[in-house]
Design a protein around this ligand. Structure first.
Ligand code: KG4
Ligand code: ZN
Length: 338
């Protein structure tokens, strides 16, 4: 059994094929066409442009993902939300057409569950219950998954997502879009104790996040500094900002683990999980303070948006759930996990 997965929720056009044998899954192909070079000229994603570029890129991506139709598949899966509506519609239209013409099962996938299942692409799988720490450009969520495809939201951001904070602070420092990779590069050369920024909602028991105060605090600091900012000043700001985001996430994860002692593993997923500082520090905290728990983070290529993660989620829908009726399925830009 093979599933073709399509992801077009934002500014990556992606296709992948996964094979399922028994309960084993194996990724066969994974193709991502990024639009970042185009959007970065404008300092962020331009929705209309993204949708138009998906229509151009998707046929090429699907040709490559199926190795020019040499790899056949028996089901199709697509991201139906959350995301940009114009972008989602392109992938959904393609997937519906494929399901209708080929008369094969159709799987509607939530982009966030795709991120969660990116942690299940490696050979070693997270044991359940797992705590999924979703840190992306649009979302920051702590999700408890006790059984496959069942998601319990423990806490989320009240304002900016972690990735959004990286992107906004990068803009303050003139680092371009997307901000995450630029800030993490620069932070390598910076001092982590030069500036002190606040951890949002730091009350002991809170599992909610807030990053807008942190962003504002960086902005106030920047306003007071002489311009143009020196390179070493930018590096210090980047390092202190990155440390504060990491400390915030570690603190909330520790609280969630203490409140839910049944958790057996932690999965760090979403675009910001590509951040090496965060990966390293969260892993260290879990190994030191939560012995017996295992830590999972996807390969770097599966952190930011891709279709391999959608394929992985679809494989688990095939194993533990049901297909969806393509004619009843709509794009849902504000889709949540439960
Ligand atoms: O998951 P993703 O590709 O898209 C959404 O679902 O939102 O995440 C994109 C986000 C962007 O905000 C980007 O700045 C951030 O992930 N990001 C990073 C890194 N690489 C990407 N943030 C911090 N460090 C990184 N290395
Ligand atoms: Zn994403």
């Amino acid at each position: 059994m093979r599933i073709l997965a399509i992801e077009t929720s934002c500014d990556e056009t992606a296709g992948a094929i996964i094979e399922i044998a028994g309960t084993e899954t194996k990724l066969l192909t994974n193709v991502v066409a990024s639009q970042i070079d185009v959007h970065s000229k404008y300092g962020g994603v331009i929705p209309d442009l993204a949708a138009r570029m998906h229509t151009e890129a998707l046929p090429v991506v699907l040709k490559e993902a199926t190795q020019d139709k040499k790899i056949t598949y028996q089901a199709v899966a697509v991201t139906i939300g959350p995301g940009l509506v114009g972008s989602l519609l392109i992938g959904i239209a393609a997937a519906k057409t494929i399901a209708m013409v080929k008369k094969i099962p159709f799987y509607a996938i939530n982009h966030l569950e795709g991120h969660i299942y990116s942690a299940f692409l490696a050979e070693e799988k997270p044991e359940l219950p797992t705590l999924a720490v979703i840190v992306s450009g649009g979302h920051t969520e702590l999700v408890l998954m006790k059984r496959h495809l069942h998601y319990q939201l423990l806490g989320q951001s009240r304002d900016d997502a972690a990735g959004e904070a990286f992107d906004k602070v990068a803009r303050l420092l003139d680092l371009g879009y997307p901000g995450g990779p630029a800030i993490s590069e620069l932070a390598i050369h910076g001092k982590e104790d030069e500036y002190s920024f606040p951890i949002g909602l730091r009350e002991k028991d809170s599992l909610e996040f807030s990053f807008s105060g942190l962003k504002a605090s960086v902005a106030y600091t920047v306003v007071k500094l002489p311009k143009p900012l020196a390179e070493h000043t930018k590096a210090d700001l980047a390092a202190c900002f990155q440390k504060t985001v990491t400390d915030t996430i570690l603190r909330k994860v520790a609280t969630a683990l203490k409140k839910n002692p049944e958790i057996k593993s932690v999965c760090l997923v979403g675009g910001v999980s590509a951040n090496l500082h965060l990966r390293k520090n969260l892993e260290e905290m879990i190994n030191e303070d939560f012995k017996g728990l295992s830590f999972f983070v996807p390969d770097l290529q599966y952190c930011t948006d891709n279709a391999a993660m959608i394929a992985s989620a679809a494989a688990h829908h095939y194993l533990f759930g049901q297909p969806n009726r393509w004619y009843d399925t709509e794009a849902d830009p504000g889709l949540t996990l439960n």
